[in-house]
Ligand binder design. Structure first.
Ligand SMILES: Cc1cc2nc3c(=O)[nH]c(=O)nc-3n(C[C@H](O)[C@H](O)[C@H](O)COP(=O)(O)OP(=O)(O)OC[C@H]3O[C@@H](n4cnc5c(N)ncnc54)[C@H](O)[C@@H]3O)c2cc1C
Length: 439
C-alpha cells in the first residue's frame, strides 16, 4: 500500500525488450496477487523484439507470428496497458505525462493524460544517432521501429518492381543499397538483404539480373566491420560478407547523404537508391536531464548499481535508456553496459526482484552485467560470435545461441508451453511457405 492506503502503483514506460518482460513478470506476481497495480505505457499498440527489425526490413520474417499485442498480453498477465507517448515527468507530483494518441487518419483516440506512480521504471530504449550528419534526416531511412522496417521493405520491393517494368536502362544507383554503420545491425541487414533481394527477383522479376544489378554497400567509419567486437570476429565476418558479394567500405566517414546516395569525407560517392542509417545510438532528447535527473551525453539516465536513477530512488531506468557502470569492461578499465537485448533482459529480471524487495521494506541489491558474448547473424548463410570474452564460435552452434536469445525473450513473455508450441508451428510453416514475405 502507498501513503494514501491505495495499492502501490508501479508504472513502466516502454514495452520493449526490457519493459514488456518486466511488466509481465510483475503482473504475474504482484498484479495477480493484488499486491500492486502494474501499468505499462507504450506509444505503440504492439511489440516487436527490436533485433528482429532487420528481418522485417528484408522481408524474411512473418510479422504476424512474432508481434505481441500489448492489450492481450496485459489481460493474460494481470497488468494494465495504456497507450501514448511519454512527453514529461513531474517528480514532485510523481506523475508521468503522456501525449494524445492519434489513429492513422490523425483522429484522437486518447487525450493528453497523466499517470501517477509510486515506483516508476523508464525503459524507453534508444534512437539512432546521426551526429548531425547533413542529409540523414531527409534522405536516409532508420531501423528504429516496425514502421521504419516496413517502410524500408516496401521501398526495396517497389524498387525491384520498377526496375523490372521500365524500358530504359537502369540508373547506376537504381538497385543499390547503402547501409551506414557496420555494427551488428548494419552487418545483419546487409546479409539478409543479399538473400531476400534475390528471392524477390526470383518471384518473376526476370528482367532484373540480381548478380549484376543489385548491390549492397556497407559503409563504416572505423577501420573494420563490427568495431566494438573482437578483431577475429571482424575478420571472419568481413570474409563472409565478401563471399556474399557485399561491398564493404571501411575507414569511410560519411560527409553527407543526398538524393542519389552517400558522399564520403574523401569526396568519393557511393550511389544508392536506398540509404539506411545504422550508426550509433542515443536515448531520446526529451530524457536529457528530465525533471532534474542525471543524464549523460547520449541522454541516457545515469543509474546506481541498484538501477535506481542517481537522484531519485523511486525511479529506475533499464535497457538502452540507462547508463549503468560496468566496472569489468575493457579488461577491467571500466565502461558502461552496452545497449543490447541481453542487458535489457537481465535488467528487467533484476528490477522485478528489486521492486518486490522495496515493497517488503528490504534493502536493494546491486546489478552486475553478465556478458554472454555477442552474436551476429548473417541470415541463412552463417552466424558468428564470441563467448566468454574470447572464445570464437561460428555456424550451427552460433546460430543456436543467437536463436536462444530470442527464445529467452519469448519464454519471459509467454512461458514454456506457448514458446515451445509457437516454435514448432513456425518450423512447420517455414517448410511450406516461401522465405521472403512481400508485406
Ligand atoms: C535492427 C536492430 C538489431 C539489433 N540486434 C541486436 C542483437 O542481435 N543482439 C542484441 O543483444 N541487441 C540487438 N539490438 C539492440 C536491442 O534491440 C536493444 O538493446 C534492446 O531492444 C533494448 O531494449 P529496451 O527495452 O531498452 O528498448 P526497446 O526494446 O527499444 O523498447 C523501447 C520501447 O519504448 C517505447 N517508447 C519509446 N519512447 C517512448 C515514449 N516516449 N513513450 C512511450 N513509449 C516509448 C518503444 O515503442 C519501445 O516499445 C538490435 C537493435 C536493432 C535496432
Amino acid at each position: 500500500m502507498n501513503s494514501t492506503g491505495a495499492k502501490h502503483r508501479i508504472v513502466i514506460v516502454g514495452g520493449g525488450a526490457g519493459g514488456l518482460e518486466l511488466a509481465t513478470r510483475l503482473g504475474d506476481s504482484l498484479g495477480k496477487r493484488g499486491r500492486a497495480e502494474v501499468v505499462l505505457i507504450d506509444k505503440n499498440r504492439t511489440h516487436v523484439w527490436k533485433p528482429k527489425l532487420h528481418e522485417i526490413a528484408s522481408g524474411s520474417m512473418d510479422l504476424s507470428a512474432h508481434e505481441v499485442d500489448y492489450l492481450a498480453q496485459a489481460h493474460w498477465h494481470h497488468f494494465r496497458f495504456r497507450i501514448g507517448e511519454m512527453t514529461a515527468l513531474d517528480r514532485q507530483r510523481r506523475e508521468v505525462r503522456v501525449a494524445p494518441y492519434l489513429d492513422g487518419e490523425g483522429r484522437e483516440v486518447t487525450p493528453d493524460r497523466v499517470f501517477g506512480y509510486d515506483t516508476l521504471v523508464l525503459a524507453l530504449g534508444s534512437l539512432s544517432n546521426d551526429f548531425g550528419t547533413p542529409g540523414v534526416r531527409e534522405h536516409a531511412l532508420r531501423l528504429e521501429s516496425k514502421a521504419d522496417a516496413q517502410r524500408f521493405h516496401a521501398r526495396m520491393v517497389n524498387a525491384c518492381i520498377r526496375a523490372h517494368a521500365q524500358t530504359t536502362p537502369l540508373r547506376p544507383e537504381q538497385l543499390h543499397v547503402a547501409i551506414i554503420g557496420a555494427g551488428a545491425t548494419g552487418v545483419e541487414l546487409a546479409a539478409e538483404l543479399h538473400r531476400t533481394t534475390r528471392e524477390v527477383v526470383a518471384f518473376g522479376l526476370d528482367r532484373v539480373d540480381a548478380e549484376k544489378d543489385i548491390q549492397v554497400n556497407l559503409i563504416e567509419a572505423a577501420d573494420r566491420v563490427l568495431p566494438a567486437l573482437p578483431e577475429r570476429m571482424s575478420q571472419t565476418t568481413l570474409e563472409l560478407l565478401r563471399k556474399l558479394g557485399v561491398s564493404v567500405h571501411t575507414s569511410a566517414k560519411v560527409a553527407e547523404v543526398h538524393a542519389q546516395g552517400v558522399r564520403l569525407a574523401d569526396s568519393r560517392d557511393v550511389p544508392a537508391e536506398l540509404v539506411v542509417w545504422a550508426a550509433g545510438v542515443k536515448a531520446a532528447d526529451f530524457l536529457k536531464e528530465i525533471a532534474g535527473l542525471e543524464s549523460n551525453r547520449s541522454n541516457q539516465l545515469v543509474v546506481k548499481p541498484t538501477l535506481q536513477t542517481t537522484r531519485d530512488d523511486d525511479i529506475f531506468a533499464i535497457g538502452d535508456c540507462a547508463a549503468c557502470a560496468w566496472p569489468e569492461a575493457n579488461d577491467g578499465k571500466g565502461g558502461f553496459v552496452p545497449p543490447r537485448a541481453q542487458a535489457a533482459h537481465q535488467q528487467a529480471s533484476h528490477v522485478a526482484t528489486q521492486i518486490k524487495r522495496r515493497l517488503a521494506d528490504r534493502s536493494l541489491t546491486a546489478y552486475r552485467y553478465r556478458d554472454f558474448g555477442s552474436l551476429v547473424s548473417l541470415g541463412e548463410f552463417s552466424t558468428v560470435g564470441n563467448m566468454m570474452g574470447s572464445l570464437m564460435i561460428e555456424g550451427a552452434f552460433a546460430r543456436l545461441m543467437y536463436v536462444s536469445l530470442y527464445k529467452m525473450h519469448e519464454l519471459a513473455l509467454h512461458g514454456f508451453p506457448k514458446m515451445a508450441l509457437d516454435t514448432v508451428a513456425r518450423l512447420i510453416t517455414r517448410r511450406t511457405e516461401p522465405h521472403v514475405k512481400l508485406h
